[in-house]
Write a protein that binds this ligand. Structure first.
Ligand SMILES: *Cc1c(COP(=O)(O)O)cnc(C)c1O
Length: 410
């Protein structure tokens, strides 16, 4: 067998082992491959793990974010506040609903700045979408207090039943990165009204493609009733799902609204069930060890800005190691990345800010309104983090990064 001398270290390959293969085969042989017992079990186990009131699994986080905006009646004339520093999915779903994304700047931890959120609130604000960047929870005490502030509540103008029932701005957390993260002794999923997780192939917990809505709405909402309604809304508006229809004689169904098609399948849920079972004992500790190893080595470099991932109040899910090269320009950063790739190491940039994307520029957004976002973005380099990385590979990554920085910056 010919072994290649140098092999590219990938950025985030999926961890697929025999346990996952066995679980998927079990589903394939079970006679039930779409939404069924395994999806329902996965939902229950997520609620137990996170401690939230009810969970709905879907085919993506994007679907989950959009359906919650639609559930809350967000549409034309409404505004949704979100960070400029995120993946475009967070903003695209607002556009899908015909509402206006209101971008605000972030802090040095890459997360939305509550002070900027406060300044951006108007009579049209319906939802705030914080993003737990890299798996590091946002400032939920500040954000939750803000929407409950008497002054802020007094300008909220509810248009539908759900908005009246809540009586204030909804917080819809884009928790795509933060499954398993902690904030003041509570897990992501319980930190605000609603949180949406992503199980996309590169995320810490994956189902290949998938996502989950973690409902944690306050009184007087019945989260189980909301769950049941969302099941219908995400399956054509059909009042009975395929599994319910298999009960003998139970064939008749009705369409109660023009719903969507967003359900998770039992095949993908199988992958998630195995991933969840080992998440605390294996995934998080291994990811943390990689973060710590990077920090140990890189913190000795004068140019290295180490990402915040653990404080007294917050523990990350260790999703993205967002290193920054102090004072590097965007051009220098890009040159450093090219040098790193030459050394057979894959890195990435999280994220190109949304107001900088051509579609959003055409909508009239201007990245220059978000100076902290630019400052974070222009010198950011995300390092590979996946649980099968060896110590040798970890060393290779840090050596390549350090060497490349010196090659470009001298
Ligand atoms: C991955 C990601 C999403 C979208 O998740 P999907 O499951 O692919 O829809 C949304 N927001 C952020 C910040 C993400 O990184």
């Amino acid at each position: 067998m010919i072994k290649s001398v140098v092999k590219m270290i990938p950025f985030s390959p999926p961890h697929i082992d025999q346990r996952i293969i066995d679980e998927v085969i079990d589903t394939l042989k079970s006679g039930w491959i779409t939404t069924g017992p395994k999806t329902k079990r996965f939902e229950k186990e997520i609620s137990v793990y996170c401690g939230n009131k009810s969970t709905l699994c879907l085919n993506s986080a994007t679907a989950g974010l959009e359906i919650m905006l639609r559930w809350f009646g967000v549409g034309p004339g409404d505004e949704v506040i979100l960070p400029a520093y995120t993946y475009s999915a967070t903003a695209n779903v607002v556009m899908h609903c015909g509402a206006k994304p209101i971008f605000v700047d972030v802090k040095s931890d890459f997360n939305i700045n509550p002070e900027e959120v406060k300044k951006a609130i108007t009579v049209n604000t319906k939802v705030i979408m914080p993003v737990d960047f890299a798996g590091y929870p946002c400032d939920y005490d500040e954000l939750n207090a803000l929407v409950n502030d008497v002054q802020v509540k007094s300008v909220f103008s509810p248009k539908n039943h759900e908005q009246k029932q809540l009586g204030r701005i909804l917080i819809l957390s884009d928790a795509a990165h933060s499954f398993g993260a902690w904030y003041k002794g509570k897990r992501a999923g319980t930190l605000t009204d609603v949180s949406v997780f992503s199980f996309h192939a590169v995320k810490n917990l994956t189902t290949s493609e998938g996502g989950a809505i973690a409902l944690n709405l306050p009184e007087p909402f019945d989260n189980v009733e909301v769950y049941k309604y969302l099941c219908i809304k995400t399956l054509h508006g059909q009042n009975k799902d395929a599994l319910a229809k298999t009960i003998p004689g139970n064939w008749r169904y009705d369409i109660v609204e023009a719903g969507y098609k967003m359900n998770m399948t039992d095949i993908t849920a199988s992958i998630g069930l195995v991933g969840l079972a080992r998440y605390d004992e294996e995934t998080l500790p291994k990811r943390k060890a990689i973060f710590d190893a990077y920090t140990d080595t890189l913190s000795k470099e004068s140019w290295a800005v180490i990402p915040e991932y653990e404080t007294a109040d917050k523990t990350s899910s260790y999703h993205v190691y967002a290193l920054r090269v102090e004072d590097a320009t965007e051009t220098q950063r890009d040159a450093i990345i090219a040098k790193i790739f030459e050394k057979q190491v894959s890195v990435n940039v999280h994220f190109i800010p949304v107001p900088q994307m051509s579609y959003y520029v055409a909508q009239g957004y201007d990245i220059n309104n978000y100076p902290q976002t630019i400052a974070q973005y222009e010198n950011e380099i995300s390092l590979p983090v996946w649980i099968d990385l060896t110590q040798e590979q970890i060393n290779k990554v840090t050596e390549s990064v350090i060497l490349s920085v010196h090659e470009v910056l001298g």
